[in-house]
Design a protein around this ligand. Structure first.
Ligand SMILES: C[S@@+](CC[C@H](N)C(=O)[O-])C[C@H]1O[C@@H](n2cnc3c(N)ncnc32)[C@H](O)[C@@H]1O
Length: 272
């Protein structure tokens, strides 16, 4: 049995791991993901989008520049503070009514397991390899919450590098990477009886070493499809890359495009 608690993410996302993420994603990747989202969501500028979890808002700001109204939700106080201070800077640089101005983006400190509201958003997305953080019951709460918060027929787009078809064929027990000024060693164990990966990250920067533990739940594309359908979504497409190649065994990423069904049975909109 894993010794890593299922709520590990409540105490993981501060300090060095956030610096690693800031340095790991170049602006070109954010632009390419925003291009993909605009095509996948098929929404006019002015539509209201939910970005969950939003991190420091890298995608929310890019989509706000393209004219969308953005709400970002994340559990990390540090990332939400950074995103809000970028909104304040934006407010100083641009009049509020400008596309991408400060009144088109808002950030809320919150938990994916407890998405609030009903029929608020025209679209939503979960990017940044964040889809495997939650074990099954919490994932159900997340997906039910997103479904409830979306307007009927609205689209939900997911990106993950943690689908079983991506992770298991080239599972590495140990890997090392230099990302900006951070050297990270990742030691991983696949727990077959739970279908999850326990990870220890050892960060080294300027002679200081720090370690954190995380846990990712490994779902197959078929399980993701079934979970989404149970929460009230219909799957439209599964892709294996931003340029829309088919998802296959060994694809590095999975992109799921799903629509919230128009029927609203109590079961689909349950708040648990
Ligand atoms: C790898 S980052 C990705 C952030 C963002 N989606 C992006 O692409 O830049 C993962 C994010 O998930 C957030 N997170 C983890 N567990 C969460 C939870 N239960 N509720 C809300 N946010 C969570 C972390 O705080 C972190 O910002």
């Amino acid at each position: 049995m894993s010794e890593i608690p299922t709520n590990w993410y409540e105490d993981f996302f501060h300090g060095v791991p956030l610096d690693l993420w800031r340095q790991a994603i170049p602006p070109e990747k954010t632009m390419a993901e925003a291009d993909f989202l605009v095509k996948a969501l098929r929404l006019d500028p002015g539509s209201h989008l939910l970005d969950v979890p939003c991190g420091n808002g890298r995608l929310a700001f890019e989509l706000a520049k393209r004219g969308y109204r953005m709400t970002g939700v994340d559990i990390s106080e540090e990332f939400i503070a950074e995103a809000r201070s970028s909104v304040i800077r934006l407010g100083k640089d641009q009049p509020p009514a400008t596309a991408g101005g400060s009144d088109s983006v808002e950030f809320m400190l919150g938990d994916m397991r407890r998405i609030e509201g009903e029929a608020i958003y025209d679209g939503a997305y979960c990017f940044g390899n964040s889809f495997g953080f939650l074990e099954y019951a919490d994932m159900e709460s997340f997906l039910n919450g997103v479904a409830r918060s979306l307007k009927p027929g609205a689209r939900f787009v997911i990106e993950t590098g943690m689908a079983a078809e991506s992770i298991l064929p080239k599972f590495e027990a140990e890997s090392s990477h230099q990302i900006g000024d951070i050297h990270v060693t990742i030691r991983e164990q696949y727990l077959a009886d739970e279908s999850c990966v326990d990870s220890e990250y050892i960060f080294e920067r300027h002679g200081k070493t720090e370690s954190r533990k995380a846990k990712h739940w490994i779902y197959t594309a078929g399980e993701i499809r079934r979970m989404l359908e149970r929460a009230g979504f219909e799957i439209r497409e599964l892709f294996g890359s931003l340029d829309c190649r088919p998802f296959a065994l060994g694809s590095v990423e999975l992109f799921v495009i799903a629509d919230r069904r128009r029927s609203t049975s109590n079961e689909e909109l349950s708040t648990d």
